[in-house]
Design a protein around this ligand. Sequence first.
Ligand code: 2RA
Length: 329
Amino acid sequence: MKVALVGATGLVGSEMLKVLEERNFPVTELIPAASEKSIGKKITFKGQQIPVVSLQEAVERKPDIAIFSAGGSVSLQWAPRFTAYGCRVVDNSSAWRMDPDKKLIVPEVNGHLLQSTDYIIANPNCSTIQMVMVLGPLHQRYKVRRVVISTYQSVTGTGARAVAQLMAERKGESTEKIYPHPIDLNCIPQCDVFLDNGYTKEEMKLTHETVKILSDPEIKVTATAVRIPVIGGHSESVNATFKHAFDLDEVKDILSSAPGVRLLDNPSKFEYPMPLLSKGKDDVFVGRIRRDFTLDNTLNLWIVADNLRKGAATNAIQIAELLVKKFLM
Ligand code: 2RA
């Protein structure tokens, strides 16, 4: 399989290289592509040093699959150039997520929706992926009706320069300011830009993407997305109200057998999900599962996942694996 990796030098792109290797994805030729400033850099894949090329060259080499993690404008401009000759594109940007003609896929939740006519497939936002990995199986059984979510998001979600800001602040060194405020010893109630409705783009992604992935317009999601000084993953406090009554033990049984979900719920032994535990792993960890006694059919959950892995790289490559299995063998 000839695979193009667009955005190969970024944090997510680097994670994608690791995941492609770890999962032994059937790559016969890797074509790392990036913006002009990165052309000529070398990336390491399967022990080989491979030069980064331009997007134009990547298209001309006609990969079978192109995995994008280079921002929405690059995806909008270049993805159609790849699909024009029959390449399948998995895009990690927000460019195509809410396009009614494009699928928004979390393989364990709605992978069955993939069809041979799908050439651009959108990878959901990291904070959405980890939430629907847990709410998806519960929605099947109890029908989600309302979600109140607060996120505690790793600086890795903003990129390498944000991680550098945190580490420099921690050492008391001057640093490039990616955030409007210091991030170390602080938390910033803003992820991405504010919209006219008072919410941020990040918060509205949770609202809209969840409805599309779970295919249920009756689901209402309200979100507060917060940036915190950690690097291991995003944490989420989720309060979910269901149409039907649930049994707490049955909820835990459903989650303990849900693919890609790891139940970590033993507070008496201080066992619960934390970013230090999720870093570098593909599982979505869930714990602190408890009934909300203030409202019928309502549950509180704590969900943690490595936003670079299942929140981005691994989910995208799982979509690519599905494409290979279904249409490209
Ligand atoms: C963030 N989910 O964490 C966004 C983009 N990666 O900033």
